[in-house]
Design a protein around this ligand. Sequence first.
Ligand SMILES: Nc1ncnc2c1ncn2[C@@H]1O[C@H](COP(=O)(O)OP(=O)(O)OP(=O)(O)O)[C@@H](O)[C@H]1O
Ligand SMILES: [Mg+2]
Ligand SMILES: [Zn+2]
Length: 476
Amino acid sequence: MVYIPFARKYRPKFFKEVIGQDVAVRILKNAIRNNRVAHAYLFAGPRGVGKTTIARILAKALNCKNPSEGEPCGECEHCREIDRGIFPDLIEMDAASNRGIDDIRTLKEAVNYKPIKGKYKVYIIDEAHMLTKEAFNALLKTLEEPPQNTVFVLCTTEYDKILPTILSRCQRIIFSKVSKEKVIEYLKKICEKENIEYEEKALELLTHASEGCMRDAASLLDQASVYGEGKVNKEVVENFLGILSQETVRKFLRLLLNSEVDEAIKFLNELAEKGYNLGKFWEMLEEEVRNAILVKSLKNPGFTVENWRDYEEFKEFPLEALLYVENLINRGKVEARTREPLRAYELAVIKSLIVKDILPISQLGKIIGKESSQKGNNDKPKEEETVEKTPGGKEVPPMVNIEEIINSIQKPLIRRLIEDAEKEEKDGKIVIKVDLSYYKSYKKEFEKLKELYPFLEYELLEVKKKSSDRNKMKLF
Ligand SMILES: Nc1ncnc2c1ncn2[C@@H]1O[C@H](COP(=O)(O)OP(=O)(O)OP(=O)(O)O)[C@@H](O)[C@H]1O
Ligand SMILES: [Mg+2]
Ligand SMILES: [Zn+2]
């Protein structure tokens, strides 16, 4: 028997089999039932969500000899020919490869002939956004006054690229991404029909990887079941997709939060050696830290974070530390665009060295008070620094100090300005006195810094002060 890939084998043949495109299905079925089918439709939406599939069902319903309630019968000669792709009045054109004016001219000539067998001639123009401008213009006239019993269905994944003149001549139907739950349901059905042993978690991973594209979901399942010899469990899928488990990514996140940079860099290098896609790993890391922050901050994280309990372990870290790590992950991502990714990620990891010293703002007041009474003692080794007790009795090291903040500033000019500015401790905050004109010129940078260290405060000075006594007010 010839092997048919799942994505084709399980292509819906009736409107009722289509998953998750309720609006499109409803509009079309009603139009057929009430005899109000438009001359031209534009189906717009992401790839692999059913545009071509629905266009073919529409062609079937219009040409079926025994339709019922807007659905084709699936049994008559016309339905069967359409399913087999040999019905002469269904013309499918791929605009990606027939994008020129000559192709449209040929189409226009053919349009003038009556349907050969059926009631309607249906033209499906896939990837319609790929047509050239001239081809679009040639199509306009036909769309405006199409011969009777002709229906055009233009499909596109790039709605923005369709000329307004075309848009206004079509009835537009927007297709949406299919929800995760529905994709999983679809995969489950395929598994049952194919006698594939599956784990729910494995289907979740495949769904996640397919990013709402049903075609990808079906073909990933197809390949995973071959890879797992009929079994699709979590381990099989993780290996097959070459992805790391979320648990592993969370372990890495924990390394960053504990400033275990040696371990973290070793891990990164091992990943690179094994040929893993580091960019993909970094993306997962971004998602994991985001989830950790949401679970830490929200009363009801279940609304937005899937499997939110997996992130409760991160509640022990101060929000400030989580936000700092989120920021360095984000920077790492940006930098990986302009330099070798591994190096960019390593640098980000190095920045996590100071994370373990970040304390919640609630504990800063006390410590700043204590430190200020030890003024002038700031060059003693870190290990000997005063250790505070949290309310829970856990020992915590002193907060990130101003030198560390300064070192973390990327822009040399801003670093210099903050370094030179007078600083003062007030109500548990570090107040930095900044010349107003500087502040105005580099407002964004200053605000960014404050976002990162919410305990910073700026006092704006009208007149630029001399910075000769720059160490006088220094408290750290
Ligand atoms: N809504 C859906 N319900 C069930 N299966 C679907 C759905 N959408 C897509 N599929 C599956 O994905 C395959 C591809 O779908 P289809 O060709 O209709 O996508 P498309 O939207 O036209 O994508 P493209 O923009 O890439 O052309 C189908 O054969 C079918 O197996
Ligand atoms: Mg298509
Ligand atoms: Zn039929």
